[in-house]
Write a protein that binds this ligand. Structure first.
Ligand SMILES: [Cu+2]
Length: 86
C-alpha cells in the first residue's frame, strides 16, 4: 500500500461557495483522490490522493476543465510537511 500524498494548489477563478463545491465534487470523482478541501477566499485547493492511481497533473487538468485556473503548487503546504498550524 502506498502512502497518500497531500498537495495544495493555488487556484484562480473561484468566487463563491458553489465554486468550491464544483471543484470539490470534480476532484473527488477522480479515481485515487481520497479527500479534497477547497477555499475560495484563500484560493486554495488541497487534495489528498494515492500517487499510484493519479497525479497532481490530472487533478489540475480536471480543475481547468470545469473552468478554473490552477496556477501553482504551494510547496510549503504540500506533502504534509506542515500539518495544521491551528
Ligand atoms: Cu462561484
Amino acid at each position: 500500500m502506498s502512502e497518500n500524498k497531500k498537495m495544495t494548489i493555488k487556484t484562480k477563478g473561484m468566487h463563491c461557495v458553489s465554486c468550491e463545491h464544483i471543484i470539490k465534487e470534480t476532484i473527488l470523482d477522480i479515481d485515487g483522490v481520497k479527500n479534497a478541501k477547497v477555499n475560495y477566499v484563500t484560493e486554495k485547493v488541497t487534495v489528498e490522493f494515492d500517487p499510484e492511481k493519479t497525479n497532481i497533473k490530472n487533478i489540475m487538468k480536471a480543475i481547468k476543465k470545469v473552468g478554473y485556473e490552477p496556477e501553482e503548487i504551494d510547496q510549503k503546504e504540500s506533502n504534509g510537511f506542515f500539518k495544521k498550524l491551528f
